[in-house]
Design a protein around this ligand. Structure first.
Ligand SMILES: [Zn+2]
Length: 483
């Protein structure tokens, strides 16, 4: 009698924020490997044409549903993707699936061996490739949505400090070189010479944590694993081809361990998202390692991270009755403006016929300076938070410094949290105001565009959104509705 009464109460009180209906999950991969060659790779100051793929480029999607909230997370093998392209992909995917655009988190991995998705100085995008890219993202979500099935959720974390190094260093005297503006005011140097005696100490932190969320079918068949690690990329890709870097290789390696059955239908999807790695890379500056053959370091890092995730995964319990929530808010931030003096110097540098007389990369930064002067004075950024059970995920459209990600993890109200960077757009590097004062590559006008206090404003909103999703209070912002 008591149980029947309880059951009735339960029925009449749904939706109850504490009681989740059936949790379902689906995953799929969309192919975004170029179909026409050559393409031009983004992520460097020199022109890099490619006429082949060393490995496929993919958009990997995970769709989750708890009976009240349906959301999609897509991680794309690209260096950076502008908001306009993501917005179009969201609109198309929404028409195909009914998932609201503000319930989609789309991010780029930051492989430096992918075709340009917007025009940069040395790498022009092609309309053909943009169609492939957008189509692959939409396909991945549509298929993942079609693959939804009753599911269980597990989550875990493991520290893998071996592969992450802060790349900004305080230098001994003579260690600071003139920047592209001809100034020697930087206090730190990005990617300094390895192992040299000019190294003093790193200027920032690293986040050694690999976080993961795993979904299984109710019979235990693995559906997908979404991991997050704060490593910019690995590199060591031979010239002339595209590659998903260690992100795609992790997907392959984790599948070999968790779901080796190639016949599984739908197939398991392993996903590595980028955490907060704006000042992190894979170079051990103090004790440099001898150079490896192309692609070897990518395989080494991916296999090691996958092995450690696999060990943690084996201890992970999977549960049903998972609560989901997602919140999005737009934040308007100022764009840094060049001063009259900086503009005059940029024009002077561009007029100089002999580049040897100028500081390194002076002309590239002179063009960036003029470009910034032309931009609208403010930009709207999409910020998001997702709750998956006890796990919080924040999304920021920048290359975020590790210390910001660590701070979000520490202050998030959810039991465990991580940030996916380069999500829903690209607004360049996000240093803290303190790191701005130290100077260096990530703060230079051009590689950096947002106002100096951007990180504080972004962090405040993101923590607010994490609080909202953790309490189930999700307000729909007027400006984030479908257009
Ligand atoms: Zn980069």
């Amino acid at each position: 009698m008591k149980t029947r009464l309880a059951l009735l109460l339960l029925l009449f009180t749904t939706p109850d924020p504490g009681v989740a209906a059936e949790f379902r999950a689906g995953a799929a991969v969309g192919d975004i490997t170029p179909t026409k060659w050559p393409v031009f790779l983004v992520g460097s100051f020199s022109e890099r044409p490619a006429d082949r793929a060393w490995d496929p480029l993919s958009a990997r999607a995970l769709v989750l549903d708890d009976g009240r909230t349906r959301l999609a997370i897509v991680v794309v093998d690209s260096c950076l993707i502008p908001r306009s392209l993501f917005d179009e992909a969201k609109q198309q995917a929404s028409e195909a699936t009914g998932i609201r655009p503000d319930h989609m988190l789309m991010s780029a991995t930051h492989t430096h061996s992918a075709p340009a998705s917007l025009d940069r100085i040395v790498a022009k995008s092609s309309d053909e490739y943009l169609t492939v890219l957008k189509g692959g993202i939409v396909d991945a979500i549509t298929q993942a949505n079609a693959n939804l099935e009753p599911a269980l959720l597990g989550q875990g974390q493991i520290d893998v400090p071996e592969h992450v190094h802060n790349r900004r260093w305080f230098m001994k005297p003579r260690g600071i070189v003139p920047n592209p503006f001809g100034e020697t005011t930087d206090q730190v140097r990005m990617n300094p010479p390895r192992g040299g005696d000019l190294l003093d100490r790193p200027a920032g932190l690293v986040d050694p944590q690999v976080s993961f969320v795993s979904v299984q079918a109710v019979d235990g068949r693995p559906i997908a694993l979404l991991a997050n690690y704060s490593l910019h990329y690995v590199g060591g890709v031979p010239a002339g081809g595209v590659s998903s870097d260690y992100f795609g290789e992790f997907g392959k390696q984790i599948k070999q361990r968790i779901a080796p059955d190639d016949e599984a239908d739908p197939p398991f999807v392993g996903i590595m998202s980028n955490g907060t790695s704006g000042d992190i890379n894979n170079i051990n500056f103090r004790n440099p390692q001898p150079a490896k053959k192309p692609l070897v370091q990518i395989q080494y890092v991916a296999a090691d991270v996958a092995e450690k995730v696999w060990q943690a995964y084996k201890q992970t319990e999977h549960h049903k009755s998972i609560t989901l929530a997602m919140a999005q808010r737009e934040l308007t931030l100022g764009i840094r403006r060049p001063t009259d003096e900086q503009l005059a110097r940029a024009k002077q540098f561009l007029a100089e016929p002999d580049e040897n007389k100028l500081p390194r990369r002076a002309k590239a930064y002179a063009r960036f300076t003029l470009e910034l002067a032309e931009m609208a004075p403010t930009e709207n950024l999409i910020l998001q938070a997702i709750r998956i059970g006890d796990v919080g995920i924040a999304a920021i459209p920048c290359e975020v410094f590790a210390e910001i990600g660590l701070d979000i993890k520490e202050h998030s109200p959810l039991k465990t949290s991580f940030t996916i960077e380069l999500a829903n757009g690209w607004n360049r590097y996000l240093p803290t105001p303190r790191q701005h004062r130290l100077g260096g590559y990530e703060t230079w006008l051009g590689t950096n565009m947002l106002e100096i206090h951007a990180s504080e404003k972004i962090q405040e909103v993101v923590l607010d959104l994490l609080r909202d999703v953790s309490q189930g209070v999700v307000k729909i912002e007027a400006d984030s509705r479908e257009e």
